[in-house]
Design a protein around this ligand. Structure first.
Ligand SMILES: [Zn+2]
Ligand SMILES: [Zn+2]
Length: 148
């Protein structure tokens, strides 16, 4: 699901000259393992690893990582951001039934349109809402006997 995730964000943190604190390393690891979480979800996972971590620390650490350009926030149609490793530009499919988020490469037609306009793209923000294949399978499970 997260094929586009950059594998060594921790060395990018190291290269930035910023200290690799246990909190920074932990949050990066969480974001690498589960893309598209929001801050509260990251906080809940972080707490299992480091029960003493506070929500304020999580927000502060996320802000540092974002300033360094290692992670980015994306808007998935809710009123708060979701975090992912800043990697190859991509767009998102969001399932309205289960909330699953899928990374999709930026469609070629968009690159072509930008080129035609001599527009240089720095980042792409595109979210498509609908039903993922797992939820589609479920709703047609009455006719098909497949257990997805
Ligand atoms: Zn779904
Ligand atoms: Zn993504």
């Amino acid at each position: 699901m997260d094929d586009l995730t950059h594998p060594d964000s921790i060395s990018r943190l190291r290269d930035s000259g910023k200290r690799v604190t246990p909190e920074r390393e932990l949050l990066l690891q969480i974001i690498e393992d589960h893309a598209h979480l929001d801050a509260e979800e990251i906080y809940r996972i972080a707490q299992k690893e480091r029960p003493q971590i506070g929500l304020a620390t999580v927000y502060r650490t996320l802000a540092v990582l974002k300033d360094l350009g290692i992670i980015r926030t994306i808007n998935l149609g809710e009123n708060h951001g979701h975090y992912e490793i800043l990697s190859e530009d991509h767009v998102h499919f969001v399932c309205l039934t289960c909330g699953r988020v899928t990374d999709i490469p930026v469609p070629r037609a968009l690159h072509k349109a930008a080129k035609d306009e001599q527009f240089s793209v720095q980042r792409t923000r595109l979210v498509l809402f609908g039903t993922c294949r797992f939820c589609t399978d479920k709703s047609s499970a009455t006719t098909e006997v497949t257990d997805a």
